[in-house]
Design a protein around this ligand. Structure first.
Ligand SMILES: C=C(O[C@@H]1C=C(C(=O)O)C=C[C@H]1O)C(=O)O
Length: 337
């Protein structure tokens, strides 16, 4: 595997992986009969989000892991994290909720550190060592990039069938029993599930499955699977605008105002542009996109590890701070395994 030049991959929910090699060509639309990665910022403000690779191959998740099996474990030294800026934003979020501006939003905390041994590609390689239900993704340029192992799929689209999920509500695995009946977590989840069902109900026949618990080892989440038979075929970019950000990563209700406010908070807290954004791959008419969370972003040896948490009226700062730490620790565990 070459250390230089650009590289991208996405593990898809069906177990297959598309691995693309640069140089990549940017485009405003994907090639009908080809492959293109979808690289976008959280605010969906990039006019040419499609990246057509010079070459690509299909693998499965195990084969991808094997490609990187000789890579050493990277080592990061993490700076102490200052709770002050997040606490300030949290207070502003609560004030807006009380004022009735929105019911939920998702501020982000960013832990920063230095890669002291290994290369950025070793960070990305570590992300391939987690199997299903985590999906590994990476965008690796010469001096910068990001990579993660996410449990969240924005949607998969084949012909007129769209498959998505509501994933929200978080607890430590040991708290699973009480989590299952925790009204605050259920409410947070239901904002996401109901918003997806109503946004998709306008364009097709929606089937929502039962709410289940997704077990990620140290963490658990609520997950509701959702399937849609679309009335007409739809372009990925239009579906992305309809769905992103879901209330799992964004404000509810989502209006230009509530979204702009969250983007400003994210900037203040040093959040990378692509965190929580869709990252996807178009493959000859089929499209899969994940939500870029549970990952690391780097520029040279400077590494960022962002995590977000859903805040609603009954949220408390100490509990959210703990949840953010759990999510970051889950990523650090992946880097160390
Ligand atoms: C925002 C993150 O995760 C999202 C937020 C969740 C929550 O608030 O309970 C759960 C899963 C994800 O949809 C993250 O991992 O950083």
């Amino acid at each position: 595997m070459n250390d230089f030049g650009s590289l991208a991959w996405l593990a898809r929910p069906d177990g297959s992986v598309v691995l693309g090699y640069g140089p990549f060509t940017s485009a405003a639309i994907p090639p009908v009969d080809g492959v293109a990665f979808y690289l976008q910022r959280y605010g969906l403000d990039q006019p040419e989000p499609w990246r057509i690779p010079a070459a690509f191959e299909y693998l499965d998740a195990r084969e991808l892991e094997r490609r990187f099996s000789n890579r050493p474990l990277p080592e990061c030294e993490w700076d102490e994290i200052d709770a002050g800026p997040f606490a300030g934003v949290f207070q502003e979020v609560m004030d807006e909720i009380r004022r009735g501006t929105f019911e939920k939003t998702v501020p982000v905390v960013v832990e920063e550190g230095t890669l002291v041994s290994g290369s950025p590609l070793d960070l990305a390689a570590a992300m391939t060592r987690q199997g299903s239900p985590r999906l590994s993704y990476a965008w690796v340029e010469d001096n910068q990039g990001f990579s993660g192992a996410t449990p969240e799929v924005l949607f998969s689209l084949v012909d007129r069938k769209l498959v998505t999920m509501a994933l929200a509500g978080t607890a430590k695995r040991e708290e699973r029993v009480v989590f299952a009946v925790d009204e605050k977590e259920i409410r947070e989840h239901e904002y996401v599930a109901q918003s997806l069902v109503s946004k998709l109900g306008d364009i097709g026949t929606v089937h929502r499955g039962d709410r289940t618990i997704l077990d990620l080892g140290s963490l658990v989440h609520f997950l509701s699977p959702i399937e849609v038979g679309l009335d007409e075929s739809q372009k990925p970019s239009e579906l992305i605008r309809r769905l992103h950000p879901t209330p799992a990563l964004g404000p509810h209700p989502r209006t230009p105002g509530t979204l702009a406010q969250l983007i400003a908070w994210r900037r203040r807290l040093g959040c990378p542009y692509e965190f929580g954004a869709p990252f996807g791959v178009w493959d000859h008419g089929r499209f899969d996109a994940i939500v870029a969370i549970r990952g690391v972003w780097w520029e040279g040896r400077h590494v960022k590890l962002p995590a977000g948490c859903g805040v609603i009226e009954v949220s408390r700062l100490v509990n959210e701070w703990r949840e953010l730490r759990l999510k970051r620790e889950a990523v650090k565990q992946v880097l160390a395994s």
